[in-house]
Ligand binder design. Structure first.
Ligand code: ZN
Length: 369
Protein backbone atom coordinates (compact mmCIF):
# COMPACT_ATOMS: atom_id res chain seq x y z
CA UNK A 1 0.00 0.00 0.00
CA UNK A 2 2.78 2.36 0.96
CA UNK A 3 4.73 1.56 -2.22
CA UNK A 4 1.65 2.10 -4.35
CA UNK A 5 1.16 5.49 -2.70
CA UNK A 6 4.73 6.50 -3.55
CA UNK A 7 4.37 5.30 -7.14
CA UNK A 8 1.21 7.32 -7.55
CA UNK A 9 2.68 10.38 -5.92
CA UNK A 10 5.96 10.63 -7.81
CA UNK A 11 4.58 11.01 -11.35
CA UNK A 12 2.00 13.61 -10.31
CA UNK A 13 4.66 15.77 -8.68
CA UNK A 14 6.86 15.35 -11.72
CA UNK A 15 4.13 16.37 -14.18
CA UNK A 16 3.00 19.26 -12.01
CA UNK A 17 6.48 20.73 -12.29
CA UNK A 18 6.70 20.06 -16.03
CA UNK A 19 3.38 21.77 -16.63
CA UNK A 20 4.34 24.90 -14.77
CA UNK A 21 6.27 27.98 -15.83
CA UNK A 22 9.50 28.59 -13.93
CA UNK A 23 7.93 31.29 -11.82
CA UNK A 24 8.10 30.45 -8.13
CA UNK A 25 4.84 32.18 -7.25
CA UNK A 26 1.95 34.07 -8.83
CA UNK A 27 3.69 37.33 -8.00
CA UNK A 28 5.54 39.10 -10.81
CA UNK A 29 8.73 40.78 -9.71
CA UNK A 30 9.66 43.77 -11.88
CA UNK A 31 12.69 45.82 -10.82
CA UNK A 32 12.62 49.52 -9.99
CA UNK A 33 14.30 51.73 -12.59
CA UNK A 34 16.61 54.69 -11.90
CA UNK A 35 14.60 57.48 -10.23
CA UNK A 36 11.34 55.53 -10.01
CA UNK A 37 9.54 52.79 -8.13
CA UNK A 38 7.88 50.22 -10.41
CA UNK A 39 4.32 49.81 -9.13
CA UNK A 40 1.94 47.07 -10.26
CA UNK A 41 -1.57 48.39 -10.83
CA UNK A 42 -4.93 47.10 -12.06
CA UNK A 43 -7.23 50.11 -12.47
CA UNK A 44 -10.24 48.45 -14.10
CA UNK A 45 -12.20 45.83 -12.16
CA UNK A 46 -15.83 45.04 -11.35
CA UNK A 47 -17.77 43.67 -8.39
CA UNK A 48 -21.44 42.95 -7.61
CA UNK A 49 -21.88 46.74 -7.37
CA UNK A 50 -22.11 46.65 -11.16
CA UNK A 51 -21.93 43.50 -13.32
CA UNK A 52 -19.17 41.61 -11.47
CA UNK A 53 -19.68 38.40 -9.49
CA UNK A 54 -17.76 39.08 -6.28
CA UNK A 55 -17.91 41.35 -3.22
CA UNK A 56 -15.24 44.12 -3.16
CA UNK A 57 -13.23 42.42 -0.36
CA UNK A 58 -12.41 39.56 -2.75
CA UNK A 59 -10.82 42.05 -5.19
CA UNK A 60 -8.57 43.28 -2.36
CA UNK A 61 -7.53 39.71 -1.46
CA UNK A 62 -6.82 38.79 -5.09
CA UNK A 63 -4.67 41.91 -5.48
CA UNK A 64 -2.70 41.02 -2.34
CA UNK A 65 -2.13 37.48 -3.64
CA UNK A 66 -0.92 38.91 -6.97
CA UNK A 67 1.42 41.29 -5.13
CA UNK A 68 -0.19 44.38 -6.69
CA UNK A 69 0.52 47.85 -5.28
CA UNK A 70 -2.55 49.72 -6.50
CA UNK A 71 -6.10 48.81 -7.59
CA UNK A 72 -9.31 50.59 -8.50
CA UNK A 73 -12.84 49.15 -8.57
CA UNK A 74 -14.55 50.83 -11.50
CA UNK A 75 -18.24 49.97 -11.43
CA UNK A 76 -20.43 50.78 -14.43
CA UNK A 77 -22.40 53.84 -13.39
CA UNK A 78 -25.14 53.23 -15.94
CA UNK A 79 -25.23 49.40 -16.03
CA UNK A 80 -26.51 47.88 -12.78
CA UNK A 81 -27.82 44.33 -13.40
CA UNK A 82 -27.74 43.40 -9.65
CA UNK A 83 -29.59 46.50 -8.51
CA UNK A 84 -32.81 44.62 -7.55
CA UNK A 85 -30.84 42.42 -5.13
CA UNK A 86 -28.21 44.97 -4.09
CA UNK A 87 -29.72 48.44 -4.16
CA UNK A 88 -27.06 51.08 -3.46
CA UNK A 89 -28.01 54.69 -4.15
CA UNK A 90 -24.48 55.68 -3.04
CA UNK A 91 -22.21 54.77 -5.99
CA UNK A 92 -19.13 55.12 -3.80
CA UNK A 93 -19.95 51.96 -1.76
CA UNK A 94 -17.68 49.62 -3.72
CA UNK A 95 -14.70 51.94 -3.10
CA UNK A 96 -15.51 52.40 0.59
CA UNK A 97 -15.81 48.64 1.24
CA UNK A 98 -12.49 47.98 -0.54
CA UNK A 99 -10.85 50.80 1.42
CA UNK A 100 -12.06 49.30 4.71
CA UNK A 101 -10.83 45.83 3.71
CA UNK A 102 -7.41 47.15 2.66
CA UNK A 103 -6.76 49.36 5.69
CA UNK A 104 -4.60 46.77 7.46
CA UNK A 105 -2.81 45.78 4.26
CA UNK A 106 -0.15 47.31 2.07
CA UNK A 107 -2.42 48.05 -0.91
CA UNK A 108 -3.42 51.43 -2.34
CA UNK A 109 -7.11 51.73 -3.30
CA UNK A 110 -7.98 54.39 -5.89
CA UNK A 111 -11.52 55.74 -6.17
CA UNK A 112 -12.87 55.07 -9.66
CA UNK A 113 -15.95 54.54 -11.83
CA UNK A 114 -16.74 53.42 -15.38
CA UNK A 115 -18.75 55.83 -17.53
CA UNK A 116 -20.66 53.42 -19.75
CA UNK A 117 -21.93 54.84 -23.05
CA UNK A 118 -22.61 53.82 -26.63
CA UNK A 119 -19.84 54.66 -29.11
CA UNK A 120 -18.86 57.43 -29.04
CA UNK A 121 -17.45 57.83 -26.43
CA UNK A 122 -17.89 54.10 -25.55
CA UNK A 123 -16.73 53.06 -22.06
CA UNK A 124 -14.31 55.26 -20.14
CA UNK A 125 -12.81 54.93 -16.67
CA UNK A 126 -12.36 57.90 -14.38
CA UNK A 127 -9.92 57.19 -11.54
CA UNK A 128 -8.76 59.44 -8.68
CA UNK A 129 -12.28 60.88 -8.51
CA UNK A 130 -13.82 62.12 -5.24
CA UNK A 131 -17.52 61.33 -5.73
CA UNK A 132 -18.93 58.82 -8.23
CA UNK A 133 -22.50 60.03 -7.57
CA UNK A 134 -21.71 63.36 -9.23
CA UNK A 135 -20.81 61.53 -12.47
CA UNK A 136 -24.40 60.40 -13.04
CA UNK A 137 -24.97 63.00 -15.78
CA UNK A 138 -26.74 62.33 -19.07
CA UNK A 139 -24.63 64.62 -21.26
CA UNK A 140 -21.39 62.79 -22.14
CA UNK A 141 -19.21 65.89 -22.43
CA UNK A 142 -20.41 67.11 -19.02
CA UNK A 143 -19.42 63.76 -17.39
CA UNK A 144 -15.86 64.14 -18.68
CA UNK A 145 -15.80 67.73 -17.46
CA UNK A 146 -17.02 66.69 -13.99
CA UNK A 147 -14.49 63.82 -13.77
CA UNK A 148 -11.73 66.30 -14.62
CA UNK A 149 -13.09 68.87 -12.16
CA UNK A 150 -12.68 66.19 -9.46
CA UNK A 151 -9.04 65.74 -10.49
CA UNK A 152 -9.75 62.46 -12.27
CA UNK A 153 -7.43 60.66 -14.68
CA UNK A 154 -9.67 59.47 -17.52
CA UNK A 155 -8.90 56.65 -19.96
CA UNK A 156 -10.80 55.06 -22.84
CA UNK A 157 -11.57 51.40 -22.12
CA UNK A 158 -11.20 48.64 -24.72
CA UNK A 159 -11.43 50.95 -27.80
CA UNK A 160 -11.09 47.74 -29.87
CA UNK A 161 -14.00 45.91 -28.14
CA UNK A 162 -15.80 43.76 -30.73
CA UNK A 163 -19.24 44.66 -29.30
CA UNK A 164 -18.56 48.28 -30.33
CA UNK A 165 -16.01 47.65 -33.13
CA UNK A 166 -17.02 44.61 -35.22
CA UNK A 167 -13.56 44.35 -36.81
CA UNK A 168 -11.72 44.73 -33.48
CA UNK A 169 -9.94 47.82 -34.83
CA UNK A 170 -9.66 50.84 -32.49
CA UNK A 171 -10.56 54.13 -34.21
CA UNK A 172 -11.08 57.64 -32.92
CA UNK A 173 -14.44 59.31 -33.47
CA UNK A 174 -14.67 63.12 -33.74
CA UNK A 175 -15.94 63.20 -30.13
CA UNK A 176 -12.74 61.47 -28.92
CA UNK A 177 -10.67 64.04 -30.80
CA UNK A 178 -12.65 66.79 -29.10
CA UNK A 179 -12.06 65.20 -25.66
CA UNK A 180 -8.32 64.87 -26.37
CA UNK A 181 -8.09 68.46 -27.67
CA UNK A 182 -9.82 69.72 -24.51
CA UNK A 183 -7.46 67.56 -22.37
CA UNK A 184 -10.44 65.72 -20.86
CA UNK A 185 -9.22 62.25 -21.98
CA UNK A 186 -5.74 61.24 -20.84
CA UNK A 187 -5.18 57.54 -21.49
CA UNK A 188 -6.24 54.54 -23.58
CA UNK A 189 -6.34 50.81 -22.93
CA UNK A 190 -3.98 49.06 -25.32
CA UNK A 191 -4.53 45.88 -23.30
CA UNK A 192 -7.90 44.83 -21.89
CA UNK A 193 -8.56 41.40 -20.36
CA UNK A 194 -7.50 38.81 -22.97
CA UNK A 195 -7.01 41.29 -25.84
CA UNK A 196 -4.27 43.63 -27.10
CA UNK A 197 -4.59 46.29 -29.81
CA UNK A 198 -1.86 47.57 -32.16
CA UNK A 199 -4.25 50.28 -33.35
CA UNK A 200 -4.91 51.49 -29.80
CA UNK A 201 -1.14 51.64 -29.25
CA UNK A 202 -0.76 53.76 -32.38
CA UNK A 203 -3.55 56.10 -31.16
CA UNK A 204 -1.74 56.46 -27.81
CA UNK A 205 1.49 57.39 -29.61
CA UNK A 206 -0.15 59.73 -32.14
CA UNK A 207 -2.25 61.60 -29.58
CA UNK A 208 0.06 61.60 -26.57
CA UNK A 209 -2.18 59.39 -24.40
CA UNK A 210 -1.05 57.20 -21.50
CA UNK A 211 -0.66 53.50 -22.42
CA UNK A 212 -2.88 51.37 -20.16
CA UNK A 213 -3.39 47.63 -19.58
CA UNK A 214 -6.10 46.30 -17.25
CA UNK A 215 -7.90 43.09 -16.40
CA UNK A 216 -11.51 44.44 -16.48
CA UNK A 217 -12.17 41.31 -14.42
CA UNK A 218 -15.78 40.39 -13.61
CA UNK A 219 -15.38 36.83 -12.21
CA UNK A 220 -12.40 35.42 -10.30
CA UNK A 221 -8.86 36.36 -11.36
CA UNK A 222 -7.70 32.76 -10.71
CA UNK A 223 -10.19 31.27 -13.15
CA UNK A 224 -10.01 33.98 -15.79
CA UNK A 225 -6.22 34.03 -16.14
CA UNK A 226 -5.30 30.40 -15.33
CA UNK A 227 -3.17 31.34 -12.32
CA UNK A 228 -2.56 27.66 -11.45
CA UNK A 229 -0.98 27.14 -14.87
CA UNK A 230 1.34 30.11 -14.45
CA UNK A 231 -0.99 32.73 -15.95
CA UNK A 232 -1.24 36.33 -14.75
CA UNK A 233 -3.81 39.10 -15.10
CA UNK A 234 -2.92 42.06 -17.37
CA UNK A 235 -1.63 45.06 -15.40
CA UNK A 236 -0.15 48.52 -15.88
CA UNK A 237 3.31 49.12 -14.44
CA UNK A 238 3.39 52.71 -13.20
CA UNK A 239 6.77 54.38 -12.65
CA UNK A 240 6.22 56.68 -9.68
CA UNK A 241 8.64 58.74 -7.57
CA UNK A 242 7.17 57.11 -4.46
CA UNK A 243 4.67 54.43 -3.50
CA UNK A 244 1.84 56.84 -2.81
CA UNK A 245 -1.53 57.55 -4.39
CA UNK A 246 -0.66 61.12 -5.45
CA UNK A 247 2.62 59.96 -7.04
CA UNK A 248 0.71 57.31 -9.02
CA UNK A 249 -1.73 59.95 -10.28
CA UNK A 250 1.12 62.24 -11.31
CA UNK A 251 2.92 59.35 -13.08
CA UNK A 252 -0.25 58.45 -15.02
CA UNK A 253 -0.71 62.04 -16.21
CA UNK A 254 3.01 62.03 -17.21
CA UNK A 255 2.54 58.83 -19.29
CA UNK A 256 5.05 56.89 -17.14
CA UNK A 257 3.63 53.42 -17.80
CA UNK A 258 4.32 50.02 -19.34
CA UNK A 259 1.36 47.69 -19.87
CA UNK A 260 1.83 43.94 -19.35
CA UNK A 261 -0.03 41.16 -21.18
CA UNK A 262 0.93 37.46 -21.28
CA UNK A 263 4.65 37.66 -22.11
CA UNK A 264 4.54 41.15 -23.64
CA UNK A 265 5.49 44.54 -22.18
CA UNK A 266 4.09 47.55 -24.08
CA UNK A 267 5.31 51.08 -23.46
CA UNK A 268 7.26 54.12 -24.51
CA UNK A 269 10.99 53.47 -24.83
CA UNK A 270 12.01 55.93 -22.09
CA UNK A 271 10.39 53.58 -19.54
CA UNK A 272 10.24 50.26 -21.39
CA UNK A 273 13.98 50.18 -22.14
CA UNK A 274 15.29 50.70 -18.59
CA UNK A 275 12.70 48.19 -17.35
CA UNK A 276 13.99 45.54 -19.78
CA UNK A 277 17.62 46.49 -19.13
CA UNK A 278 17.20 45.98 -15.36
CA UNK A 279 15.11 42.81 -15.73
CA UNK A 280 17.90 40.92 -17.54
CA UNK A 281 21.17 40.88 -15.59
CA UNK A 282 24.49 39.44 -16.76
CA UNK A 283 26.69 38.07 -13.94
CA UNK A 284 29.76 35.91 -13.32
CA UNK A 285 31.39 36.14 -16.73
CA UNK A 286 34.59 34.08 -17.09
CA UNK A 287 36.61 32.20 -19.72
CA UNK A 288 36.57 28.42 -19.63
CA UNK A 289 40.17 27.27 -19.14
CA UNK A 290 42.40 28.65 -21.90
CA UNK A 291 39.59 28.82 -24.50
CA UNK A 292 38.23 32.00 -26.05
CA UNK A 293 34.72 31.09 -25.00
CA UNK A 294 33.27 33.26 -22.23
CA UNK A 295 30.65 31.71 -19.99
CA UNK A 296 28.03 34.18 -18.70
CA UNK A 297 25.32 33.70 -16.16
CA UNK A 298 22.06 35.58 -16.88
CA UNK A 299 19.77 36.26 -13.94
CA UNK A 300 16.07 37.01 -14.50
CA UNK A 301 13.83 37.30 -11.44
CA UNK A 302 10.74 38.81 -13.09
CA UNK A 303 8.59 35.70 -13.52
CA UNK A 304 8.37 36.01 -17.29
CA UNK A 305 10.59 34.46 -19.92
CA UNK A 306 12.40 36.84 -22.27
CA UNK A 307 12.99 36.08 -25.96
CA UNK A 308 16.12 37.79 -27.27
CA UNK A 309 17.39 38.00 -30.84
CA UNK A 310 21.17 38.36 -31.06
CA UNK A 311 22.36 41.60 -32.69
CA UNK A 312 25.91 41.43 -31.28
CA UNK A 313 29.09 40.97 -33.31
CA UNK A 314 29.66 37.65 -31.50
CA UNK A 315 28.04 34.25 -31.99
CA UNK A 316 27.20 31.81 -29.21
CA UNK A 317 28.52 28.33 -28.37
CA UNK A 318 25.37 26.96 -26.69
CA UNK A 319 22.58 28.91 -28.42
CA UNK A 320 21.53 30.11 -31.86
CA UNK A 321 20.73 33.76 -32.47
CA UNK A 322 17.42 33.23 -30.63
CA UNK A 323 17.94 33.11 -26.89
CA UNK A 324 15.24 32.30 -24.34
CA UNK A 325 16.06 33.76 -20.93
CA UNK A 326 13.81 31.91 -18.50
CA UNK A 327 13.03 33.05 -15.00
CA UNK A 328 15.96 32.02 -12.82
CA UNK A 329 19.42 31.44 -14.29
CA UNK A 330 20.48 30.95 -17.90
CA UNK A 331 24.03 30.08 -18.99
CA UNK A 332 25.28 31.68 -22.21
CA UNK A 333 28.58 30.84 -23.87
CA UNK A 334 29.94 33.62 -26.08
CA UNK A 335 32.70 33.07 -28.68
CA UNK A 336 34.78 36.22 -28.31
CA UNK A 337 37.63 34.90 -30.60
CA UNK A 338 40.27 36.36 -28.24
CA UNK A 339 40.47 36.98 -24.49
CA UNK A 340 38.72 40.24 -23.69
CA UNK A 341 38.15 41.97 -20.34
CA UNK A 342 34.83 43.43 -21.43
CA UNK A 343 32.26 42.77 -24.16
CA UNK A 344 29.09 44.43 -25.37
CA UNK A 345 26.12 42.18 -26.16
CA UNK A 346 23.25 43.58 -28.14
CA UNK A 347 19.80 41.99 -28.35
CA UNK A 348 16.43 42.82 -29.82
CA UNK A 349 14.01 42.07 -26.96
CA UNK A 350 11.00 40.49 -28.64
CA UNK A 351 8.85 40.71 -25.47
CA UNK A 352 9.02 44.48 -25.61
CA UNK A 353 6.73 46.54 -27.87
CA UNK A 354 7.16 50.32 -28.24
CA UNK A 355 5.12 50.73 -31.46
CA UNK A 356 3.17 48.21 -33.56
CA UNK A 357 5.66 45.51 -34.66
CA UNK A 358 8.63 47.37 -33.10
CA UNK A 359 10.85 45.82 -30.40
CA UNK A 360 13.66 47.64 -28.57
CA UNK A 361 17.29 46.73 -29.25
CA UNK A 362 19.39 47.08 -26.09
CA UNK A 363 23.08 46.76 -25.25
CA UNK A 364 24.50 45.15 -22.12
CA UNK A 365 28.12 45.99 -21.21
CA UNK A 366 29.66 42.93 -19.49
CA UNK A 367 33.01 42.64 -17.66
CA UNK A 368 34.84 39.30 -17.92
CA UNK A 369 37.14 37.92 -15.19
ZN1 ZN B 1 -15.30 47.49 -17.36
Amino acid sequence: MRLLFILLLVPSVFFAQQDHTHRLSRVLNFPDIPGYKTLKTDLHQHTVFSDGSVWPDIRVMEALMDGLDVISLTEHLEYQPHQADIPHPDRNRSYKIALEEAKDHDLIIIHGAEVTRKMPPGHNNAVFITDANLLMIKDSLKVFEEANRQGGFVFWNHPHWEAQRKDGVARLEPFHRELIAKKLLHGIEVINDLTISDEALQIALDHNLTIMGTSDVHGLVDWRYGIQKGGHRPITLVFATERKSEAVREALFNKQTVAFFGQTLVGRQNFLNPLLQHSINFKEAAYQGDTHIATLKIINDTGLDFTLLNKSKYTFHNASDLLIVKTGETILQVKTLEKLSEIALQFEVLNGLYAPGKHPTLTWQIKID
